[in-house]
Design a protein around this ligand. Structure first.
Ligand code: SF4
Length: 346
């Protein structure tokens, strides 16, 4: 495996380095993002926040803004909170034990193992999707992946085989082998493990790893109200940072109404008119044709409808949590990808 890694391993900007901050950042970005897309974000983030001190000193909005487009914003919020924790509670030193790393907000056993092994050469196996695939095939493991129990089983198996002198290389080699050779549809003919691969011998390569049955995402219908007016040649709208505990907390959005059951088109138009009257004091608004978008998240499918109302001047009322935003400045605030898509014409 080590010689395969020397010949074929991936060259990635966060490989071969020992800076735990950079390794942490790369692992958090790659949790839900492909390597190619993640690479750009990694560089952009480091340009803005080259050290844990710089990240801790940033405003949350700045951090979310840089994260925009990656989704799963809790990752960025947790990193920001953890950076502050490192500065305030750890004397500015990145924790160098597995337990210390694991105590950082948003760091689970996988990320802790990656940082511990890559930055500090501690013997913790990393079990990502690529490793699950390769190892489940090699040993024909049928435990459904994605559970704590499965992680523990794979971790224990790998720990027995790990090269304790170079856990960083051992982990990187396994991850790369799964990413490059033991792919979802692998070329087993050219695989150096073909002779010992249990799944190949049994003809079950494509059935490994065994996955948990997925819960189908819930549908949600959303009506966004984009109020527009001009003053002295500048265009304005109304937005607010989202509250609550959801994934978009802290990101800015237009006034929003939501349904768990599909509303009729007439209901949408009537609700938009009523809400503009009650909350903003706008009578008889003039709407442009609504724009619709389907937006898929892991657990929810959002059916969004944007109603843009052209107003002659600022709305007479402004609810307390709402802010007037100049349209030319929207790019400076953090937005959910759905709102960003709408502003770019969907
Ligand atoms: S033989 Fe095929 S399935 Fe088995 S480890 Fe190699 S690439 Fe993966």
């Amino acid at each position: 495996m080590d010689s395969w890694y020397s010949d074929c391993g991936r060259s990635l900007p966060w490989r071969g380095i020992e800076d735990p901050y950079r390794i942490w950042l790369s692992e958090i970005i790659l949790q839900q993002t492909r390597v190619e897309q993640g690479r750009d974000y990694y560089h952009r983030f480091l340009d803005a926040f080259p050290t844990v001190e710089a990240l801790a000193a940033a405003e949350e909005e700045q951090v979310l803004r840089l994260w925009q487009g990656l989704g799963y914003y809790s990752r960025a919020r947790n990193m920001h909170a953890a950076a502050r924790y490192i500065i305030e509670q750890c004397g500015g030193r990145f924790p160098s034990t597995y337990e210390g790393i694991r105590a950082l907000k948003g760091v689970g056993r996988y990320t802790a193992a990656a940082i511990a092994s890559f930055a500090f050469r501690l013997p913790y196996p990393v079990v990502d999707g690529n490793v699950y695939r390769f190892i489940s095939r090699l040993h024909n493991i049928t435990t459904p992946i994605g559970t704590d129990a499965a992680y523990g089983e794979f971790e224990a198996l790998l720990l027995k085989q790990m090269d304790r002198r170079r856990p960083d290389r051992f982990n990187a080699a396994l991850m790369d082998f799964g990413a490059l050779q033991c792919t979802p549809r692998p070329d087993c003919g050219g695989c150096p493990f073909a002779d010992e691969c249990a799944a190949l011998r049994l003809g079950v390569v494509e059935q490994r790893p065994v996955k948990m049955l997925k819960v189908s995402p819930k549908d949600c219908w959303m009506l966004y109200l984009d109020l527009r007016w001009r003053e002295a040649g500048r265009e304005f709208t109304v937005m607010h940072p989202r509250e609550g505990k959801g994934i978009w907390r802290g990101l800015w959005q237009f006034p929003l109404l939501e349904w768990q059951e599909e509303p009729s088109r007439r209901c949408l138009a009537e609700t938009a008119t009523e809400h503009l009257g009650e909350a903003f004091g706008v009578a008889e608004p003039r709407f442009l044709p609504p724009q619709e978008a389907l937006h898929k998240l892991t657990h929810r499918t959002l059916h969004a409808c944007f109603f843009r109302a052209e107003l002659p001047s600022a709305p007479p009322l402004l609810p307390p949590n709402m802010h007037i935003v100049e349209v030319d400045r929207i790019n400076n605030i953090p937005l959910p990808r759905l709102i960003d898509r709408y502003l770019r014409g969907l």
